[in-house]
Design a protein around this ligand. Structure first.
Ligand code: GSH
Length: 201
């Protein structure tokens, strides 16, 4: 098996990549990284991922240490244009959401959850405000369209899904955003969908 994923079950960043591998039906070897024990900062793992982050995707000699980069890599590797349109406008529309996944989503729902679930020292007010801004934007985008970046599912939807699904673990309520709830259900109905594990809060 040439694909290996250095993984952590409750990491939404890792789940994004597991979800896409599953949607593509690609076999891979899963290598758990024991984050609570600090395995992601071990000398051995830092040789692979210099920032000591999970996930890392390895394909033979190719090492990819970022979840959205891994989605792009897999889509192009599989020539899966459906998941990553290659025309200028289509690619830019997808990239907008990959940026949001590492930007607004991270500063909002990801940090809100990290504070509640992992006891990380976060500015809760700021994370909540960022989340509100993101959810309002997603709600308005998804009101008139089924998917975030195209008229079909793309890696934009895969990148945004995992942490929005578990937003409640960060104390965030999606009840006021029916279009987001409908979109989550649409992602979950895709062939090959794999669920994001929940944490006890
Ligand atoms: N930009 C990276 C961020 C990944 C990330 O922040 N992973 C967390 C686990 S959910 C991590 O490894 N944190 C440890 C650290 O940043 O030192 C990606 O998208 O893969």
């Amino acid at each position: 098996m040439s694909l290996k994923l250095y993984d952590s079950a409750r990491s939404g960043h890792a789940h994004r990549v597991r979800l896409f591998l599953s949607l593509l039906g690609l076999p891979y070897e899963k290598i758990p990284v024991a984050m609570p024990e600090g395995a992601h900062k071990s000398q051995e793992y830092l040789k692979l991922s210099p920032l000591g982050q999970v996930p890392t995707l390895v394909d033979g000699k190719v090492v990819i240490t970022d979840s959205t980069a891994a989605l792009v890599y897999l889509a192009i590797r599989q020539k899966a244009k459906r998941w990553l349109p290659m025309d200028a406008e289509g690619a830019a529309r997808v990239q907008r959401w990959l940026s949001a996944a590492s930007g607004e989503l991270y500063r909002g729902p990801v940090l809100a959850r990290a504070g509640r679930v992992y006891g990380r020292d976060v500015d809760v007010g700021r994370a909540n405000a960022e989340s509100l801004r993101l959810f309002k934007w997603m709600q308005s985008e998804l009101q008139d369209r089924q998917w975030l970046a195209a008229d079909h599912a793309t890696i934009a939807d895969v990148a945004m899904y995992s942490y929005v699904r578990v937003a409640d673990e960060g104390g965030l309520d999606l009840a006021d955003y029916p279009a987001i709830l409908r979109w989550l259900a649409d992602v979950e109905a895709l062939d090959g969908f794999e669920a994001m594990p929940r944490s006890a809060v």
